[in-house]
Design a protein around this ligand. Structure first.
Ligand code: SAM
Ligand code: SF4
Length: 474
């Protein structure tokens, strides 16, 4: 069929999702108290859970034990990640799409969708606007179209890195786009990408086939499932998986995500760097059932269970969710959020706060500015971070896993969060946010043991306040 990708899979590719066995695991009896407590204890010892162990947590419905699960997830988040929340923004580059995903506003047959691909000039304007707000980390998002091939994506990445103004610079560019072949991943890697994200959308084969037409590129389940294995073969060791919650039973999808993480770890010695869990949103011109099928309470369990199952994997909560819910969900294990997001093509240079639905993929739930999100995080005791050090020092993939050991976060992540937050406060923040941050920064510094690291950090914070020196990472 014209336009279909050359079907290249990674060596030894297998479809490791067995629907029947995952379904059977979920149909087992409600677990006893000791089993649930032992499973939580294993997570708290920072050991990843198997698919079977994750199913134990998912079969649990005893309110007291559920409280233990939430408490465990909170504790694990605190011990592995501390109170840091990494911030980023999505940048939609183009919404041409050859696919017809039943839930998405960019689906090929959506006549209400206004199609546009940013020109290089328009892309630079979007980046300048994001930099002027203080953003340092972006994820570029693309529909799936032959014009958005690996060379095109690599060029967009280079344009973003090359667009600077004063202290404004983007230091990490991630990608969320269609799966590539191995050579394609090499091309985008050479442009300096961070994470390559591909969401399987649903791990359930029958549901996948129902919502992704067989005549489209995306209709090929095993090709997509193997997408990040090819990325790892190509040396992109920083990959992100995800599910669109609302397409099928959320418990099954959590097992699918854990099975995927286990598979990548077994084959490549490295699990996914991040897991995303977008929940279905309304989209202009799309009439898709499933909205609201994963309740807020279920969604909270998705996050807490994933936190316990994959202790070292970053969890991303997007602005699809509203501000109030995001605030509540954050404590159960989220490590990254987007903020100040606009998802209409060209949205960052539009005036006003309202969304332009015929140019966006779905409606956002949280359209607050970066500054107000940062202020709320600070008030809630979180430490907003724009850190990009690991990726730039080669501490990613397998190496990242090595470094993700007790003490690492305190030694590197917290200091880098404090320096990047200070940059934000000095260069971009409102007075109110700056005042709110002062107390938290003091508290964080007080928590550090006296010694060379603390001295150096205090010196760097002074340096950012008093000089034009920036990007001082540990
Ligand atoms: N076109 C590429 C693809 O499909 O892999 C890039 C990703 S798409 C632009 C980003 C993600 O948005 C999709 O993978 C899907 O999970 C999510 N998405 C699509 N429609 C959505 C909707 N109505 N509500 C919430 N998320 C949606
Ligand atoms: Fe296209 Fe991706 Fe939307 Fe599917 S989810 S229609 S592939 S942009």
């Amino acid at each position: 069929m014209p336009g279909l990708p050359k079907i290249e899979t990674s060596p030894g590719a297998v479809d490791f999702i067995n629907d029947a066995s995952l379904t059977q695991l979920l149909a087992g009896p409600a677990p006893g108290k000791n089993l649930v407590k032992d499973t939580i204890a294993k997570s708290l010892a920072k050991e990843p859970l198997s698919v079977e162990e994750t199913a134990i947590l998912l079969r649990c419905n005893d309110p007291e034990l559920l409280d233990d699960i939430y408490g465990g997830a909170r504790t694990l988040k605190e011990t592995v990640y501390g109170n840091r929340i990494v911030l980023f923004a999505p940048l939609y580059v183009g919404n041409d799409c050859v696919n017809d995903c039943a839930y998405c506003g960019f689906q090929q047959t959506n006549e209400l969708s206004v199609r546009h691909t940013l020109t290089p000039e328009e892309l630079r304007a979007q980046v300048l606007s994001l930099e002027a707000a203080g953003q340092k980390r972006l994820i570029l998002v693309f529909g799936e179209h032959p014009r958005y091939d690996a060379e095109f994506m690599a060029e967009q990445v280079r344009i973003v890195y090359g667009t600077r103004n004063g202290h404004g610079e983007i230091r990490r560019v991630n990608i969320n786009a269609a799966p590539l072949d191995i050579e394609g991943y090499r091309i985008v890697k050479a442009a300096g990408i961070g994470t390559y994200q591909i969401f399987q959308e649903t791990y359930h084969h029958e549901t996948y086939a129902r919502v992704h037409s067989a005549h489209t590129r995306k209709g090929n389940y095993p090709y997509r499932l193997d997408g990040l294995s090819r990325a790892l073969e190509a040396g992109c060791d920083d990959v992100g998986i995800g599910v669109l919650f609302g397409l099928y039973d959320w418990r099954f999808e959590v097992l699918g995500l854990v099975a995927h993480a286990v598979h990548l770890h077994e084959r490549y010695g490295v699990g996914p760097h991040t897991i995303s869990f977008p929940r279905l949103r309304p989209a202009c011109g799309v009439n898709f059932p499933g909205l609201g099928s994963v309740s807020d309470a279920d969604f909270k369990r998705v996050i807490a269970t994933l936190r316990l199952a994959v202790p070292y994997t970053g969890l991303i909560l997007t602005a699809r969710e509203n501000a109030e819910l995001r605030r509540e969900l954050m404590s159960f294990g989220v490590s990254q959020i987007d903020a100040g997001s606009r998802i209409e093509i060209g949205g960052y240079t539009e005036k006003g706060d309202s969304q332009i639905s015929d140019r966006e993929q779905f409606e956002l739930g949280d359209t607050r500015s970066l500054d107000s999100v940062i202020r709320e995080l600070l008030k809630d005791g979180y430490l907003p971070s724009f850190c990009t050090a690991c990726y730039r020092l080669g501490r990613t993939g397998e190496h990242f896993m090595e470094f993700a050991i007790p003490g690492f976060i305190k030694r590197y992540c917290t200091p880098n969060a404090l320096t990047t937050l200070t940059e934000y406060l000095v260069d971009y923040s409102s007075d109110e946010t700056r005042r709110t941050a002062e107390e938290l920064i003091r508290k964080e510094l007080d928590k550090l043991e006296p010694g060379p690291l603390k001295d150096k950090l205090e010196e760097r914070i002074r340096q950012i306040h008093q000089t034009q020196d920036r990007d001082l990472y540990f």
